[in-house]
Design a protein around this ligand. Structure first.
Ligand code: ASP
Length: 596
């Protein structure tokens, strides 16, 4: 199709361009008509330029201008001129100039818009996703998608400069248990057989190490068939990375350097050279979770001794078995916030979600304890206050439970709520490593041990002798990277010894035969001189979400599914023709409630 092609973009023009003949292509962002003068804000992804149709314009041009509506796609030919004094818009990069139109071509018209194209689209999410192609015209999301591009590019540049190869791995693979449920793809050629979409390229990257590609990465799409919830996506993107002949600290250092460089280049933010390392157990004890938000300094404290010395039987009962704990935190006096009964009940409700039976509390006033469980601490005011480092006006929150972890995570929920409610969270980015994770966790429902991360992670060597006799106390060579309270990466040093790998499979309830059937190719590769190796996989969606200050990864993915796993735009998932099912030799066995 013939049309006047742009010579500049809508973000280009400045004062120095005064007098230039230009052609602009773009969308009508806003149009105003002042009598016979038309003002058109023309937009493309680079910016907005004001176009003016003067009152001395030809009647043909005037008629075209009068037809324009929002989001018409047009070409404007005209001359750049300075805006008159008082009309300069310092908010716009092009705000000192405008283009006097000589002609306008309508390249395409626009139907009634379902919502306005604004900087931030505040419309309901399902409507935004139904018309995502329009939603993506909004300035805010355009900037986030652009930042995502630069973020990924900076990662690629950094790793390529250090000798990494980017290698693609297949998306149709064998179904292997990796933690979540696989998405399955039926094979037409082999009736009754299925491929799986990878939950991650885990085994492929380990095989690449066996092949001698000692520095690998991939911007990899991963698929997990989990119940859709919140901003979880069924498919997501991670930087998948693996290296041979490395130990844990090599990988941690590489990541610190990588994010140091990428944050500097992309968001102009200086990170410290090294990130704090916190052992899993300390993270739970102090922050009540394994992804602590370090941007505020309220720390949970050991209250066992003080609890034991109190006369409160609830505390004594929690400690009786030796497996329980009592922990406390001090909510600092904060202007504008009253620690009322109602608010304390809200804090308690947050703790109960994580299994706490209740939350004990005391206030500090005039150097003394008051309210709540104070009566059980007779004569201990000074000891409690000084041990916890509390001050007048503070609120002491205490949780006791006969299970240590439950005690920690429920007080952790109180900590998180306080962080937000008391406005304690510092701006900025605070990374930390969580290390020394348990290698196994016990699956109560199925009655066996399973891998905390995945079954290919190595135990720390000092636990090798007690691997089978005491799996619960084995620590793994595992690490998570945490940013502002989100887990943004996890990884591990891998097992590369066939016998050790088989032992781990056995502990996780796969006998040798089942292990051979599911993971035979990995075990085979381990027979042929596998190198020691390890890796990590930072989540791109989540990192970009945090960097751009968003609460949902939907805001940084061009075409996400909604919160229930549906794409309101293309309607997927959708049924398919009988012919397609027949070709795949499939019959649908509908759940009862869906049967028509
Ligand atoms: N494959 C792992 C995951 O996706 C990451 C890793 O261990 O490198 O969680």
């Amino acid at each position: 199709m013939e049309f006047s092609q742009r010579t500049v973009t809508c973000g280009d023009l400045r004062k120095a361009d005064n007098g230039k003949k230009v052609v602009l292509n773009g969308w009508v962002h806003r149009e105003r008509n002042h009598g016979a003068i038309f003002f058109i804000n023309l937009r493309d992804r680079y910016g907005i330029t004001q176009v003016v149709v003067d009152d001395d314009a030809s009647s043909e041009l005037q008629q075209t201008a009068a037809q324009l509506k929002m989001e018409y796609c047009i070409a404007v030919t005209g001359t750049v001129r300075l805006r008159p004094e008082g009309m300069i818009n310092p908010e716009m990069a092009t705000g000192e100039v405008e283009v006097k139109a000589d002609s306008i071509e309508i390249l395409s018209t626009c139907a009634t818009l379902p919502f306005m194209i604004d900087e931030d689209n505040k419309t309901k999410e399902d409507l935004r996703l139904r018309y995502r192609f329009l939603d993506l015209r909004c300035g805010g999301i355009q900037k986030r998608i652009a930042l995502r591009h630069y973020f990924v590019k900076a990662i690629r540049d950094f790793l390529s400069a250090r000798g990494f190869y980017e290698i693609e791995t297949p998306t149709l693979i064998r179904s292997t248990p990796e933690g979540a449920r696989d998405f399955l793809v039926p094979s037409r050629l082999y009736p009754g057989k299925f491929y799986a979409l990878p939950q991650s390229p885990q085994l492929m990257k380990q095989l690449l190490m066996c092949s001698g590609f000692d520095k690998y990465f991939q911007i990899a799409r991963c698929y997990r068939d989990e119940d859709a919830r919140g901003d979880r996506q069924l498919e997501f993107t991670q930087l998948d990375l693996e290296m041979s002949f490395v130990k844990r600290d090599d990988i941690l250092l590489l990541m610190e350097q990588l994010f140091g460089q990428v944050f500097k280049d992309v968001v102009h933010y200086d990170l410290p050279a090294h990130f704090r390392r916190i052992a899993y157990k300390d993270a739970l004890n102090q922050y009540g979770c394994d992804k602590p938000d370090l941007r505020f300094d309220v720390l949970m404290q050991d209250f066992d001794e003080l609890a034991a010395a109190s006369s409160f039987t609830v505390f004594h009962e929690a400690l009786a078995s030796g497996k329980g704990a009592v922990r406390a935190l001090v909510a600092p006096k904060t202007e504008g916030v009253e620690f009322t009964r109602k608010y304390i009940d809200e804090l308690e409700a947050a703790a109960k979600i994580y299994g706490a039976k209740g939350m004990a509390w005391m206030k500090v006033a005039d150097g003394k304890l008051s309210g709540g469980v104070t009566k059980y601490f007779a004569g201990m005011d000074e000891k409690v206050i000084s041990t916890l480092g509390a001050h007048d006006g503070d609120l002491i929150c205490i949780i006791a439970n006969e299970k240590w972890k439950k005690c920690c995570v429920s007080l952790g929920a109180v900590r998180s709520k306080l962080g937000k409610d008391l406005n304690l969270i510092r701006p900025g980015f605070e990374f930390c490593w969580i290390v020394d994770f348990p290698l196994f966790c016990y699956n109560e429902e199925e009655g066996h041990w399973e891998a905390e991360h995945h079954m290919f992670s190595a135990p720390q060597s000092q636990f090798l002798p007690t691997l089978e006799s005491d799996p619960g106390s084995v620590l793994g060579d595992l690490y998570d990277l945490v940013l502002n309270g989100y887990e943004v990466a996890s990884g591990s040093i891998r097992i590369h010894d066939v016998e050790l790998q088989k032992k781990i499979f056995r502990i996780c309830n796969y006998n040798d035969e089942q292990a051979q059937e599911k993971f035979g190719f990995l075990l085979d590769a381990f027979k042929f001189g596998p190198p020691p190796h390890g890796g990590i996989a930072p989540g791109i969606d989540r990192l970009v979400m945090i960097i751009t200050g968003q609460d949902s990864i939907h805001e940084v993915i061009a075409f996400p599914k909604n919160t229930v796993g549906v794409d309101p735009m293309d309607g997927s998932p959708e049924s398919v023709d009988q012919k397609q099912l027949d070709e795949l030799h499939l019959a649908i066995n509908y759940p009862k409630e869906d049967r028509k």
